[in-house]
Write a new protein. Structure first.
Length: 476
C-alpha cells in the first residue's frame, strides 16, 4: 500500500523579517493608494448623490424629477460597480454583486420598481454618502504617517539645503527647519527641540525608520476596516445568503426524492411490466413446445420483441438518470444525440472549450432536455435553438424557440424543478416567454467550478439536427 507524502508545512516568517519586508510589499502600496483615493472618490460620490437626489426630489412636482431619480438609481449602481472593481484591484477583495435579478421585461416599469425596492440599492447609496467622511479620515491618517516617517528618516539628507524656516508638520508633532544650517526643531506645537548635532540627527532618523516600519501596519489596519465596509455595504447580505443556501439544500433533498420516485415509477410501470410479459410469453412457449411447435415459435418471437422493447426502455431510463455519452464525450456530443431525437429542428451551438465539472454538465444537460420536451409538448414551434457558452466563470445555457410563448415558471412544476436543480449549484433560472412572441429560456449562472480538461474536449461546434421520429431553460 502506498501512502501519500505528508503535507509540506511552510514555516511562518520571522516577525522581524515581516516587519522589515512590509514597507516594500506590493500589498502595502496598493492599500495605501486605495486609502488615499477614498477622499477624491468620496467627494465625487457624495456630490453626485446629494446633487442628483436633491434635484430630482426638488423637481418632482413638475414630473421632471421622476426620470432624474430613475437615472440616479443607475448612476448609483455604476458607482457601486466602480467601487467593487477598485476594491478588487487594490484590496484583493472579491465582492459579489448584491442586486436581485431583474424581473421579466414584459412591463416596462417592472425593472424600475424592482430596483427601487431592492434593499441593496439604498445600502449602496448610504455607502456613497459615507465614503466622504471615511475618505477624509483614511486620507489624513495615511498621508500623515507616510510623510512624517519619510521626512524624519531622510532628514540628514536634505536639512542642510533648506534656505529658511520650513514648517512641515504642525498637527500632532511640529517639525520646523530653522534658518541656520542643519538646525531643526521637533516637538509639540508651542514647544521645540533644536536638533543640531550628528547624534540628534541620527536619533531623528532612527525614529523615522521606526515609523516607516510601523506605517504599513497602520495602513493594513485601515484597509481591513475598509474591506469590512465594502463587503458589508456593497456585497451580498450574509443573512440572505444563508437563507438561500438553506433553501437550495432543501431543494436538493426534494429533488433527489423526486428523482428516486420517478425512477421507481418508471421501473414499475415500464420495465417491470415488459419483463412480466416476457416471462409469461416464454412460459406459454415452453408449454406448447411439444404439442404445438409453430405456436411456440410465434411466442418466442413475441418474447424476443418484448425483450428488445424492455432493453430500449432500460436504455432510455439510464439515459434519463445520466446518459453515458455525457460522461464519455461531454456536452457537445450529448446534446447532439438529444436533439437528434427531437421532432422539432434544433440548431446547437456549444462554446465550452474545457469541460466543466460533472455536476455542471448534468445540470446543463437536463435543462436542455426539459426545455426541449416543453418545446415539443406545448410550444407549437417549428424550430428551436440551443446555445452554450462560458460567461464570467459560469456556463450559460440558452434555449429559444419560435412557438406561442406564455411559459411561466411559477405555474409549472417542470420549470420549478429546473430552478431547484440549478440553484443547488449556485445558478439562476430566468424565463423570458411573452405570449405570442416565442420563448427564450436561458439557464444563466451555472457555475463552472474547476474545469477538467480531457482528451475529448472540442472547440466551438455548430450543428443543426432534425429528425422525423415521434420521440423527444430557462424556460420554454
Amino acid at each position: 500500500m502506498t501512502l501519500p507524502p505528508p503535507p509540506v508545512q511552510v514555516p511562518a516568517a520571522n516577525p522581524l523579517v515581516r516587519a522589515l519586508r512590509a514597507p516594500f510589499e506590493a500589498r502595502t502600496w496598493k492599500e495605501t493608494i486605495h486609502l488615499l483615493l477614498n477622499m477624491p472618490f468620496g467627494v465625487a460620490t457624495f456630490t453626485i448623490i446629494v446633487t442628483g437626489f436633491a434635484l430630482g426630489f426638488g423637481m418632482l412636482i413638475t414630473l421632471v424629477g421622476i426620470p432624474i431619480l430613475i437615472a440616479m438609481l443607475y448612476v448609483s449602481r455604476a458607482m457601486g460597480t466602480v467601487e467593487r472593481v477598485r476594491a478588487g484591484l487594490l484590496l484583493d477583495l472579491d465582492v459579489p454583486s448584491p442586486y436581485r435579478p431583474d424581473p421579466p421585461r414584459d412591463k416596462w416599469w417592472r425593472p424600475f420598481v424592482s430596483r427601487t425596492t431592492d434593499p441593496a440599492t439604498w445600502t449602496e447609496i448610504v455607502y456613497h454618502l459615507l465614503l466622504l467622511p471615511v475618505g477624509v479620515v483614511t486620507f489624513a491618517v495615511t498621508l500623515t504617517f507616510w510623510t512624517t516617517a519619510l521626512a524624519l528618516l531622510f532628514l540628514p539628507a536634505y536639512a542642510w539645503a533648506l534656505p529658511e524656516n520650513a514648517q512641515i508638520v504642525d498637527s500632532w508633532v511640529r517639525l520646523t527647519f530653522d534658518t541656520a544650517p542643519n538646525v531643526v526643531g521637533v516637538g509639540l506645537p508651542g514647544d521645540g527641540w533644536v536638533i543640531d548635532t550628528p547624534v540628534e540627527y541620527a536619533l531623528v532618523s532612527l525614529i523615522g525608520f521606526a515609523l516607516v516600519l510601523l506605517t504599513p501596519w497602520v495602513v493594513r489596519g485601515l484597509a481591513t476596516g475598509n474591506r469590512y465596509l465594502v463587503r458589508g455595504m456593497l456585497g451580498r447580505d450574509m443573512t440572505a445568503r444563508v437563507q438561500e443556501l438553506t433553501a437550495s439544500r432543501s431543494a436538493a433533498v426534494d429533488l433527489a426524492a423526486e428523482d428516486r420516485r420517478r425512477i421507481e415509477r418508471d421501473l414499475h410501470d415500464g420495465v417491470q411490466q415488459r419483463l412480466v410479459s416476457l416471462a409469461m410469453d416464454l412460459g406459454r412457449a415452453k408449454e406448447k413446445l411439444d404439442t404445438d411447435p409453430d405456436r411456440a415459435k410465434e411466442l418466442v418471437v413475441d418474447a424476443h420483441e418484448e425483450a428488445k422493447r424492455a432493453i430500449t426502455e432500460v436504455r432510455d431510463l439510464a439515459r434519463g438518470i445520466h446518459p453515458a455519452v455525457l460522461t464519455d464525450r461531454g456536452l457537445d456530443a450529448a446534446l447532439s444525440a438529444l436533439t437528434a431525437r427531437s421532432p422539432v429542428p434544433v440548431e446547437v451551438s456549444v462554446d465550452v472549450a474545457n469541460r466543466p465539472p460533472a455536476s455542471t454538465e448534468a445540470a446543463a444537460y437536463f435543462v436542455v432536455s426539459e426545455a426541449l420536451t416543453n418545446v415539443v409538448k406545448y410550444a407549437a414551434a417549428s424550430r428551436a435553438s440551443i446555445r452554450l457558452e462560458r460567461e464570467n466563470g459560469y456556463v450559460r445555457v440558452e434555449v429559444a424557440d419560435d412557438g406561442i410563448g406564455g411559459a411561466d415558471a411559477s405555474r409549472g412544476t417542470g420549470l420549478r424543478g429546473l430552478a431547484d436543480r440549478i440553484s443547488v449549484l449556485g445558478g439562476k433560472l430566468e424565463v423570458a416567454s411573452p405570449p405570442a412572441a416565442g420563448r427564450r429560456s436561458p439557464a444563466t449562472g451555472i457555475p463552472r467550478g474547476s474545469s477538467r480538461p480531457r482528451a475529448s474536449d472540442c472547440p466551438r461546434r455548430e450543428s443543426s439536427s432534425q429528425s422525423s421520429s415521434s420521440e423527444p431553460s430557462r424556460g420554454a
